[in-house]
Structures are given as C-alpha cells and as structure tokens.
Design a protein around this ligand. Structure first.
Ligand code: PEP
Ligand code: MG
Length: 543
C-alpha cells in the first residue's frame, strides 16, 4: 500500500480502478525506414492486434452494457479495416520512407481534419473516432497497451495534467475521479471536476505516473487530497465510511432547498450556479440555483473538433434558458485562448498565452465567429431571461466594440426576420486589474458587473493560475484583490448597476460576510457549493 498526496478539489471519496490517460497521436516521433515493406507488414500486424483487442472489448461491453452501447466499438473495428485509411498508411510508409507510427499519425491528422470540416453532424463526430482508433493503433505499434474509452467500467483518470479541452472530451459518465501530477486548484480542469460532482486531486507530483499503473486499485479523497494505491481491506473500509460522511454532510444541506437566499437582517443575495455545458443544468437545478451566473460558453467549442454552427450554439443556449424557466441566465461569450485552446482556431503559439490573444480580444479580431456566436445568443433570448457577459475586458473601447457587435448581430437577425428579445441585459467581467481600476468608466456602459476572481488574482498578483508552484504566492484573499473588488462594487452601485462574483472565491464562505458588506449582490458558484453558501448567507446578521 502506498500513499501520495496532492491538493483536493472537491470533497468526496472515489474507490476504483486507475486508468492512465494517454494522449492520442501527439508524441509520435518520425524516423527514416529503409525496409518499407517490412514496416507495412508491422502496420498490418498492429492493425490485426487492435481489431482483436476491440473484438474482446465488444463482447464485454455488449454483455455488460447492451448491444447499443457496444455499437461504437463495432464502428471502431470497421474503421480500422477501412481500405482508404489503411491505404493511406501504406502509401505514406512507402513514399515517405517513414515509420508506421508516424504514418498513422499523419493519416489520423488528415482524416480527422476531413471529418471535422464536414457539416453533417454524424460525419463530424467521426473525427474523434479516427483519433481514438489511431491512438490504439499507435499503442499496438509501440507496444504500449493503449487504453481508450472503450471499456464500460467507471475509472479513476490519472494524468500528468489535463487541458480543459481534454477534460471536456472525456465521457463524464465513466469518470469516477480525476488525479493529476501537476495542475492547480484554480485550473479549469479542477473547476470542471467540482462542477461535475467528481472528486479530484491535483498537484500530486511525478510519483503519480511513476507509481500508478492501469488497473491499479486506487482510493481518491477529494477533500484531503490523499491518494492510496493498493489499499488493504481495513483502509478501504475507512475511506468508504469517510465518503459516506461527506455524502451525509451534503445531504444535510438539502434541507435548505427552497429557502430564500437572504441574510437574517433581510438582505437578498442571488446565489447562482456556474456551469460549463448543458450537462451542468441538472446539477444547477438539483442544488436549487437562483439562476445561472456564469455559463462558460467556450466549452461547447472545446468539445467540438470544428467551429460549432450557429444552429448548434443556439440549441445549447436555448436548452439552458428553457430549463431555467425564466430565471436569469448569464452566458459569457467565448473565452477561448490561454489554457483553453481548440486546434481548429489555429492560434499562434504565444510566449505568455494568459496575457495573449484570448476572450474578447480574439472575438474582436475574429469578428465573423463573434457575430455568429452573438446571433445564436440573441436567437435563444426569446426562450428565457438572458444576460450576455463579456470576459477579459480591459478598456472602454473594448466594451464599446462588443456593444456594437451586439447591434450588428441584432440588425442581421432583424433583416432575416428572426425574433430576439428586447430585454437582454449586457454585462462585463471584472477580471483584470485594469477593468477594476476604471470600473467607474465602464459601469455607465453596461447593465452589470461580475468579478472573475480566478483571473483577477492571477493578473493582480502576477501569479500564473496554472502553476501549482505559485500556490503560496497566489493568495486569493490578498488585500490588493479585495480592494479591487470593493472599488468595483462602489463604482457599480454609484451607477445603479448590480455586481456579482463568479470566480471560485465566491464559494469561500469565510469571505461571504466581507463580500456582502462590500456590496456584492450575487455569488455564483459551482452547483455543489450552492447550498453551503446559502447556509452561510442565511446565518449572517449585518445589521
Ligand atoms: C474567473 O476568471 O474568475 C472566471 C470566472 O473565469 P474563468 O475561471 O473561466 O477564467
Ligand atoms: Mg476568467
């Protein structure tokens, strides 16, 4: 039995089987080959092995999860046998005289690009399948037992780190917990895990991947950050009971459902939910969210292998608005860039991506993507109470340009005879020191502010939020951060607009009283934290 520890992200215990996360087609080296016919035979043998692995998995899944669930594996077997796919690999080996692994990678790149560019939704989704079968094939060629998403078992995913796009693409119904060697508690992956009610531990260190192997039995305590490998029966029992205790504490909070979010002296505070996809709606409703304070719209883009169409975006936004039945829904416009990268945006490599072309900066430069996005939002606005919020604002002119883009999107819809609501409110995130400092100039332009404490802390304290080594310096309660929030609240209220907090700090109940005294009107948190914040708000008397 071995014990590791990291930073716990979400208090719950998972006990199950480890699966080491391997990236598809990324770290494949290209080498020169003289014996091309021998290399082609090696590729064919690997294909036979991959097909036989899949047929075993097919049998297992169809027994355990039924024929429908097994269909995807059957499709993967067919794709591996596909003539065009195999001919492409052979021809690359023969003409370019390179190793089979690299030929598979090049074929994977070109086939997945072709599928991604297709309009048809079904064909479009095949891009992920090509990557999956190619990853398996490369695993068979290089002797690594590639484990893809084909088994039906729920697994504990262990990785060096997970990019938000990688986390978004995992089949969440099959993830029992996340454990990463690096990563920080403010990373988007940690935020996603908490939002999905999945225990997660980050920053465990290199020992994680040195010690953990596929199939190992693991215990993950998302509260304390403990990871136990190969626990004995007694330890497993202890953690099982601890998991029950976490669950009991959460259950106790359920009696707060339906109760008003009001302090003892009668101050009403909106307690809303942060969600990253339509999957989060049910958690928001189960935890009695007063509305959605932050819908991270970029995850729809990160889950896709090409730009989601206006129709696809509209469908997602409409679903959130309809599900919230008239409660306020704040959808943040695309916050792509920095750690949230999608290949098809073809963003240039940047030395300091967090300070780079991200969020509204990217949208203002790629106006066509922005206008499509805004059209989808306005189209959805007739199905509920929509607010649109712009991230990463640093200047008055950016806000003016965003407002002008909204006008253009509305003009377009009007010309096309498509209805939209006249009641959409527009707000900005206060997540740069610049925005907080000029909040008096920004407030007259918009209907509300929402403070993004994750980025505000990163930029104020010059501490990369992705870097776990900076945790002792990235003090989220730093006086400088607090002053910027207070200043923004004062300027919001002078102008008669509301201000919320949607960064992770909103869930820190040791600060709730301070925030309310500063004049914060809304706290938006991951759904599992809503009732805890409600409990705190209801216990306060500020009179
Ligand atoms: C923030 O920066 O606090 C925020 C809410 O946005 P994100 O975490 O998505 O960057
Ligand atoms: Mg942010």
């Amino acid at each position: 039995m071995k014990k590791l520890s990291g930073r716990g992200v979400y208090g719950a215990v998972a006990i199950g089987t480890a699966s080491v996360f391997r990236r598809h087609c990324t770290s494949v080296c290209c080498t020169h080959i003289d014996d091309t016919e021998g290399e082609i035979k090696r590729a064919q043998a690997a294909k036979e092995l991959a097909v036989s692995q899949l047929s075993e998995i097919y049998e297992k899944v169809s027994c355990e999860a039924g024929e429908a669930a097994a269909q995807i594996i059957e499709l993967h077997m067919m794709m591996l046998e596909d003539d065009d796919y195999n001919k492409s690999i052979e021809s690359i080996i023969r003409t370019q005289k390179i190793n089979a692994e690299y030929a598979v990678k090049l074929t994977c790149d070109s086939f997945s690009k072709m599928f991604s560019s297709m309009e048809d939704d079904y064909m479009h989704q095949r891009a992920a399948d090509v990557k999956d079968i190619s990853g398996r094939l490369i695993g068979c060629l290089s002797g690594n037992g590639y484990e893809s998403t084909d088994s039906a078992e729920q697994l504990i995913i262990c990785a060096d780190d997970l990019a938000p796009s990688e986390t978004a693409l995992l089949d969440k119904s099959r993830v029992l917990a996340f454990v990463t060697a690096s990563g920080s508690v403010n990373s988007h992956t940690a935020i996603l895990a908490a939002g999905m009610n999945i225990p997660a531990v980050v920053n465990v260190g290199d020992d994680l991947l040195n010690l953990v192997r596929d199939g190992d039995r693991l215990i993950v305590d998302g509260g304390t950050g403990d990871i136990i490998i190969g626990a004995d029966e007694q330890t497993e029992r202890e953690y099982f009971l601890k998991g029950e205790e976490y669950a009991r504490r959460k259950a106790l909070l359920l009696e707060l459902k339906g109760k008003p979010d009001m302090t003892k002296d009668g101050r009403k505070i909106n307690i809303f939910a942060n969600i990253s996809s339509t999957d989060g709606i049910s958690a928001a409703l189960e935890n009695d969210a007063g509305g959605i304070g932050l819908f991270r719209s970029e995850f729809l883009f990160l889950e896709s292998s090409s730009y989601p169409t206006e129709e696809k975006q509209f469908t997602a936004y409409r679903q959130v608005l309809e599900s919230m039945k008239g409660k306020k829904v704040i959808i943040r416009t695309l916050d792509i860039g920095a750690d949230k990268r999608a290949d098809y945006f073809q963003l240039e490599r940047e030395e300091n991506p967090a300070l780079g072309l991200r969020a509204v900066r990217l949208c203002l430069k790629r106006r066509d993507i922005f206008i499509t996005h805004l059209r989808a939002l306005y189209r959805a606005s007739v199905y509920g109470k929509l607010s649109i919020m712009f991230p990463m604002i640093t200047s008055v002119s950016e806000v003016e340009k965003c407002l002008e883009a909204c006008e253009e999107a509305k003009r377009g819809l009007k010309a096309d005879g498509i209805p939209y609501s006249g009641d959409v409110t527009l707000g900005i995130m206060i997540e740069t020191p610049a925005a907080a400092v000029i909040s008096d100039l920004l407030a007259p332009l918009v209907d509300f502010f929402s403070v993004g404490t994750n980025d505000l802390t990163q930029y104020t304290l010059a501490c990369d939020r992705q870097n776990p080594a900076l945790e002792e310096f990235a003090d989220t309660r730093h006086e400088a951060v607090m002053r910027l929030i207070r200043l923004s609240a004062e300027n919001a209220h002078k102008c008669g607009i509301k201000i919320g907090i949607c960064g992770e700090l909103a869930a820190d109940t040791s600060l709730t009283e301070n925030f309310i005294r500063m004049g914060i009107d809304e706290l938006s948190v991951s759904p599992p934290y809503i009732l805890n914040v409600r409990k705190k708000v209801r216990s306060l008397d500020l009179s």
